[in-house]
Design a protein. Structure first.
Length: 306
């Protein structure tokens, strides 16, 4: 295991440039310890404020919902938009609690389905790539799943060193390791040794390792890492869905994708998008709609978000 993947190094407190971020992080540490009911109420308030203030992101969400649910009327999509901002606000507090707080009061309210798939892979000594989407329950449910299996994560490094330390420190309280997305060699070694790795490949990413495949019936630039990692390591690829209902959480682990990977990188990447789309349809209010998922198209940047 890479030392960088299993440790979090704190930047110096003596550097004045770091003080504003440290102040924000220490405030977040305190917020993470508030009662869960109060956090959810505050989160809905934050979501309401974000709906009114973050106009460009609200517009992006409106466009996404119109593209992904053309069969629904405007009133339905508007209700979903407001619900998604409520979930966004609650999700901010969930992230803080998952990273730096206690989840003892939440554990009795968790239902997990499909653990037998992971236990079987574990018995076979086979690595697993758990594929999920960018839902607002992502961090909380990642921590909850770590109660049942040793799980590592894959993430994009943050430019701010204080934020990088704080988030990685929080995640390493429950995750076995955190691999930066450019640390491919360590990631491959982890999977080859039978490790479990969780990541979400459903955002528009720059780089050469992307293909244009359908997502909700529209072309979307999608990274091919799922296909590539499965090809290089022989790991199983398993869909992982999670959602919140009130104060309860539901974690659903699917069966390994059959005949994956194939020789067709585009077909495999399209299958991953299909699996994530099915998850989104189960809990559309908790998906991260503010991301400009369709901003890049084969001919260049799209006009969707103008």
């Amino acid at each position: 295991m890479s030392d960088n993947a299993s440790t979090a190094t704190r930047p110096s407190l003596r550097n004045p440039r770091h003080w504003p971020t440290f102040a924000f992080i220490f405030l977040a540490f305190g917020i993470a310890r508030l009662p869960w009911g109060l956090q959810r109420a505050l989160g809905r308030g934050v979501g309401t404020v974000a709906y009114h203030v973050a106009s460009s992101r609200r517009r992006a969400a409106e466009v996404n919902l119109k593209l992904c649910f053309p069969e629904k009327d405007d009133a339905w999509r508007q209700r979903l938009l407001r619900d998604s901002f409520d979930a966004l606000g609650v999700g901010i507090f969930e992230f803080a609690r998952a990273w730096w707080g206690s989840i003892d009061s939440i554990r009795p309210k968790v239902q997990v389905e499909g653990l037998e798939h992971l236990h079987r892979m574990q018995a076979e000594g086979r690595g697993v790539l758990l594929v999920s989407g960018h839902f607002m329950t992502l961090e909380m449910c990642g921590r909850l799943l770590c109660d049942h299996v040793d799980l590592s994560g894959m993430y994009r490094k943050h430019r701010n060193p204080v934020y990088e330390w704080a988030v990685k420190f929080g995640r390493l309280r429950y995750a076995k390791a955190m691999y930066a997305n450019e640390d491919i060699r360590a990631t491959v070694r982890h999977l080859k040794k039978g490790g479990f790795l969780w990541y979400a490949p459903d955002q528009d990413m720059r780089g050469k390792d992307t293909v244009f495949v359908p997502f909700f019936g529209h072309t979307a630039s999608t990274i091919t890492a799922t296909h590539q990692l499965a090809r290089m390591t022989g790991c199983a690829v398993i869909p992982y869905f999670h959602r919140r209902e009130g104060g309860k959480y539901f974690l659903k682990i699917g069966a390994p994708l059959e005949n994956f990977p194939s020789d067709d990188v585009e077909a495999d990447t399209a299958r991953v998008n299909q699996a994530i789309e099915a998850m989104v349809r189960e809990a559309p209010d908790q998906y991260l709609w503010i991301h400009r998922r369709f901003k890049r198209q084969p001919g260049g940047r799209s006009d969707f978000y103008k």
